[in-house]
Design a protein around this ligand. Structure first.
Ligand code: ADE
Length: 234
């Protein structure tokens, strides 16, 4: 899979991309992640990429020219062909987007290619959306200083879903939010059997696979109900 990141701050990604899981996946040829600098497509002596909003208001907006031209320079005929299932997704990271879910990530993982647009300043000129028609994605109901950290969230979570990226292919299936019931994983334990008076639940030591599976399912249901309650609260 190829992932293109369109950003004003490509240097923010360097150590993240070289890190263990992503670094290994790239070396193994499972992932091809490329960084494009929006400023390379700016014109004029000042290479301006942002400007004040028409009608007034605070902050600066990313201008349409550099962003659209940067993305267009990445698109091939294959990316633009109109098929029922597109091979390329363009995602714009913005707090006003659709909240990111495991289901959206699973869909991204089926693409040949994804292009992630990172905003800075107060946001994007609307004509960037009108021209590129990206999917708008938010990583949560809070405002980051830019889309870069949000793009890293997507890259990390999508990479785990690409066959061969995780050492043990079962671990992505077992992850929280995965599978048909999309339950959160319950508590897990490793050695020692006792830590500061806290014991590993007896059932996990029983060797009874059915009992262990039933216990884990029940714990997952409880953890999911708790999280649903937190979400309603906010
Ligand atoms: N850019 C700024 N805040 C963001 C958020 N919450 N999600 C995605 N992109 C963002």
């Amino acid at each position: 899979m190829r992932i293109d990141v369109v950003t004003l701050f490509p240097e923010m990604f360097q150590s993240f991309l070289d890190g263990s899981l992503l670094g290994t996946a790239q070396k193994a040829g499972l992932l091809d992640i490329r960084l494009s600098n929006i400023r390379d497509f700016a014109v004029g002596t000042h290479r301006q990429v942002d400007d004040r909003p028409y009608g007034g208001g605070p902050g600066m907006l990313l201008m349409p020219g550099p962003v659209v031209e940067c993305v267009e320079s990445l698109l091939t005929k294959k990316d633009c062909s109109e098929t029922a299932v597109p091979s390329t997704s363009i995602a714009m990271l913005t707090p006003s987007g659709q909240p990111l879910t495991q289901q959206i990530l699973e869909e991204f993982a089926t693409r040949r290619r994804i292009i992630l647009l990172c905003g800075r300043y107060e946001g994007f000129d609307q004509r960037i959306c009108d021209t590129l028609k990206p999917e708008l994605i938010s990583v949560g109901n809070y405002v980051l200083s830019g889309g870069e950290v949000a793009a890293m969230v997507i890259i990390d979570a999508v990479a785990r879903l690409i066959p061969g990226v995780l050492g043990d292919s079962l671990s992505a299936v077992d992850d929280s939010f995965s599978g048909t019931d999309r339950l959160i994983e319950g508590p897990q334990y490793t050695r020692p059997r006792e830590f500061r008076g806290l014991q590993v639940p007896e059932v996990l030591l029983s060797g009874d696979h059915q009992r262990i599976a039933d216990w884990r399912k029940m714990q997952a249901v409880t953890a999911t109900q708790k999280q649903t309650y937190y979400c309603q609260d906010n």
